[in-house]
Ligand binder design. Structure first.
Ligand SMILES: *Cc1c(COP(=O)(O)O)cnc(C)c1O
Length: 351
């Protein structure tokens, strides 16, 4: 195999969904956020597995993602799009039977004019200042909007991954103020909000990252493992430099493995220096610049040349790798490249 092997554990994703579902009361529905190709893991495999686990509410970003997901899942589940009803979305929302989560007054007008009987939801901005009607806008249009029977009213927490942030309580209080007594189901929590406790759960929770094994839910079952084949191994002399710009100099005679994976595969340049990969049980440092397609690994301390090295697994999580690049597990996951041989554990048409 010439490229890395990315193993995606669909059983772990289903187990994570069930565990997150069990954290809220039976009256609270647990959806699944599968935007951006299920955080890069392949929505055509992930969403049907979640459906089999019992999930009936799926969240995507764009109307197009919603329509593709509809083809995958068939007519039964509800599919909600966070970008709402943008100019040009009307036909796609209709054909895909996708619920736009309206996020501005303009969108509300567009929706009620162009698809008056098509279900819609509403996003309220409770302090993140990203998407959603501001409190003053909501005050102005709530009556009209509620008369049109929205199927879900939601907001999004900006700091749910920091349980002690005062922003969580402030957003909760404002969401309660804005939605007290309304008929439609309400939703505030993604993964981080589920962990904050039942006050944040309302009628629907919308976990994403927790399904895929990432923080802030530290107890998630690990979902991905990634192995890169070794292309070639060779010795370098003391003082030889490795990779672009010669940023690593051999302190002594060293043995280097060049492995098949680089920044085009989601292994960020910023991972080196600092990241280790595993040759069996032995950590080996990445040395020199990560290139587009390859990177160098110091294997001087190994007894034999490895055939492959491991970048991700249960012990080397996306968050651990992300920390070396100054980013978060979400970005590592959604950057995993298209070149990998993707294998799915728990896929009914594959072992
Ligand atoms: C991405 C997203 C989610 C899921 O968030 P996670 O932190 O991945 O659980 C939920 N709601 C909205 C509005 C989102 O954008």
């Amino acid at each position: 195999m010439a490229t890395g092997t990315l193993l995606i554990d669909l059983e772990a994703i289903a187990a994570n969904w069930r565990a997150l579902d069990a954290m809220s009361s039976p009256d609270c529905e647990t959806g699944a956020c599968v935007k951006a190709d299920a955080y890069g893991l392949g929505v055509a495999k992930v969403a049907p597995r979640l459906f089999r686990a019992g999930c009936r509410a799926f969240f995507v970003a764009t109307a197009e993602e919603g329509m593709e997901l509809r083809r995958v899942l068939g007519p039964e589940p509800r599919i909600y799009a966070f970008y709402g009803h943008m100019a040009g979305d009307t036909a796609t929302l209709k054909r895909g039977d996708v619920v736009p989560m309206i996020c501005s007054v303009d969108q509300l007008a567009r929706h009620l004019e162009s698809l008056p009987r098509h279900p819609f939801g509403l996003q309220l901005d409770t302090g993140m200042n990203r998407l959603g009607l501001k409190p003053a806008e909501w005050a102005a249009v709530a009556e009209l909007a509620l008369r049109a029977d929205p199927v879900l009213v939601m907001s999004h927490l900006a700091s749910a991954d920091e349980p002690d942030s005062p922003q969580n309580l402030a957003q909760l209080a404002l969401f309660n103020d804005l939605t007290e007594g309304i008929d439609p189901p309400r939703s505030l929590a993604a993964t981080g909000g589920i962990l904050l406790g039942e006050d944040w759960h309302f009628d629907m929770v919308r976990p994403g990252i927790g399904l895929y094994g990432g923080l802030p839910w530290a107890e998630a079952d690990p979902v991905v493992s990634l192995d890169l084949p070794v292309i070639t191994c060779f010795d370098v002399e003391t003082g030889d430099k490795v990779g672009y710009n010669g940023t690593w100099t051999a302190p002594e005679t060293s043995r280097i493995a060049t492995v098949a994976g680089g920044y085009a595969d989601g292994l960020f340049r910023a991972l080196s220096p600092g990241m280790d990969v595993m040759a069996g049980p032995v950590p080996c440092p990445v040395v020199g610049r990560v290139s587009m397609d390859v990177m160098g690994v110091d294997i001087s301390h190994l007894d034999a040349d490895p055939e492959s090295v491991r970048v991700l697994d249960a012990h080397r999580t996306v968050d651990a790798v992300a920390a070396h690049a100054g980013t978060i597990g979400y970005e590592v996951l959604t950057s995993l490249g298209r070149r990998y041989d993707r294998r799915y554990r728990g896929d009914t048409d594959q072992v």
